[in-house]
Design a protein around this ligand. Structure first.
Ligand SMILES: C[S@@+](CC[C@H](N)C(=O)[O-])C[C@H]1O[C@@H](n2cnc3c(N)ncnc32)[C@H](O)[C@@H]1O
Length: 463
């Protein structure tokens, strides 16, 4: 390791910047952000750098650098001119006097480097590639940025505010670590991250006043898994799945998503296949409560979006009744996923101004819907759970005024590598679906937007 990573309290410290261009300006800004004072020596400094330095009561001198300039008690010198010989001289002068120096664009002359910073004030993440490649540091920054939510700063403030109180209440370091671990991986942190800062703070206060009770308290994340493609999981869904200890999932959750979960989690399959629920809904609701009351972090992973034909509402009602903390993470619903991956926009200026999501589930051998109300011009209809009832759906729509040549499509296993899109008309779709041996899950889209598939399809999984 070439560098010693340190965080320097720079408030009140003095820095000399030699050079007055854009890079010098950025360096000066960084020093001032950390509370330092900056003086600048440059032959032709930018007006912006002059304005900036004025703000920290520093000095700008428009002239060439001379060796004596660094003998004024600086903590740090930055050489940022575009003349290499001058930068080298500044570095040599600093080395002789043991003053820390940073030379722009020449790491071999630097004692210290300015890392790339991810700012989650008061928390900061500093990244350096050890001078190997600034490009690599930027890539790393983008990666880390993806996984460190913006609200982490808020969380850090909360930690800071209650740190002493927790130290007093929980004197044993190991217990304290367990306590904070549960805070950061649980509903308190999640509340703060999602903007419920006040609630999170009062929950933290209760946790501090009764740490034993807090320790035994579990929670549930109701997570939408999307329609199949694992890349369609939201970042929050992915993060919460990583921190869950027990995951209850059903049939619509794709194998690829389960494969992405780390080892060591308790995975519980709870169904459900049409009319063949491994567990009845009430049992699932109660199971969630039972796991949470054991103090577990439980994810209930459901296909698509939990609040669209997902019975997610019933599950969280039971949690609320039992005082179990929960949060709901939306997922991409089958309608959105299938429409996008089959190149059928659900609305389009020339075709449809509204869209309706409808259940096509068979009940007692029929599909009971307000058909008259469903048939309207300029509208797209999307039927979930409509494979078995497809002949009835098409027949009823025609019977209630839809043209039998209205374009209609069935999307089979949408967004997965097995996706197939079957395009036809209301009259002919059931026959086509039967002949093609289509398998669930499927989504049916009815309306003139379906014609756009011919020109807009872009997803071509290997057949
Ligand atoms: C019980 S509903 C759940 C819907 C889910 N909550 C959502 O938002 O997508 C199940 C129905 O969703 C549709 N579905 C789910 N995933 C699908 C996929 N990958 N391709 C086509 N349809 C899908 C099917 O109509 C299936 O019968």
């Amino acid at each position: 390791m070439k560098y010693l990573p340190l965080m320097h309290d720079f408030s009140g410290c003095r820095c000399l910047v030699v050079g007055g261009g854009k890079v010098a300006l950025r360096r000066a800004q960084r020093v001032m952000d950390a509370g330092g004072t900056v003086d600048v020596i440059a032959i032709d400094p930018l007006p912006e750098i002059c304005g900036l330095v004025e703000q920290c009561a520093g000095k700008v001198e428009s002239r060439a650098y001379v060796t004596d300039d660094i003998d004024r008690g600086y903590h740090l010198v930055v050489a940022a001119t575009d003349v290499k010989a001058v930068n080298r001289q500044v570095a040599r002068d600093c080395n002789r006097r043991s003053v820390l120096v940073n030379v722009v664009d020449d790491s071999s002359l630097c004692d210290v480097v300015f890392p790339i910073v991810i700012d989650r004030d008061p928390a900061q993440i500093a990244i350096s590639s050890g001078s190997a490649s600034p490009q690599f540091s930027r890539l790393l920054r983008d990666r880390i940025n993806t996984f460190v939510p913006h609200g982490y700063g808020r969380l850090a403030k909360l930690f800071g505010k209650y740190r002493r109180r927790v130290n007093r209440k929980i004197p044993v370091i190991r217990d304290r670590r367990i306590f904070w671990n549960k805070v950061v991986h649980g509903y308190i942190a999640e509340g703060a991250l999602s903007g419920n800062y006040d609630q999170a703070e009062s929950q933290l206060q209760s946790a501090i006043s009764d740490p034993e009770h807090f320790r035994a308290k579990g929670e549930v994340y109701l997570v939408g898994a999307g329609p199949g493609d694992p890349d369609l999981l939201t970042m929050r869904a992915f993060r919460l799945l990583q921190q869950a200890e027990t995951i209850l999932y059903d049939r619509l959750v794709s194998r690829e998503i389960l494969d992405r979960l780390e080892a060591g989690k308790e995975l519980v399959y709870v169904g459900k296949q049409r009319a063949n629920h491994v567990l009845p809904q009430n049992d699932i609701n109660e199971l969630l409560v039972r796991h949470a009351l054991r103090g577990r972090r439980v994810a209930r992973l459901k296909g698509g979006d939990p609040f669209i034909f997902g019975r997610g509402g019933e599950e969280i009602e039971t949690l609320a009744e039992n005082g179990v903390p929960f949060q709901v993470i939306p997922g991409i619903s089958a309608a959105n996923g299938c429409a996008s991956y089959s190149g059928i926009p659900l609305t389009h200026r020339d075709h449809a101004q509204s869209v309706r999501f409808v259940t096509g589930q068979l009940q007692n051998g029929t599909v009971n819907l307000d058909w008259k109300n469903l048939v309207a011009p300029g509208q797209t209809l999307v039927f979930y759970m409509g494979l078995r009832g497809l002949p009835i759906i098409c027949e009823k729509l025609i019977e209630h005024g839809c043209d039998q040549d209205t374009p209609a499509a069935v999307i089979e296993k949408g967004t997965t590598l097995d996706q197939k899109t079957h395009v036809s008309t209301l009259k002919q779709l059931p026959g086509l679906v039967e002949k093609s041996g289509v398998q669930a899950p499927t989504l049916t889209i009815v309306g003139s937007v379906v014609t756009l598939h011919a020109s807009l399809q872009w997803f071509h999984p290997p057949q």
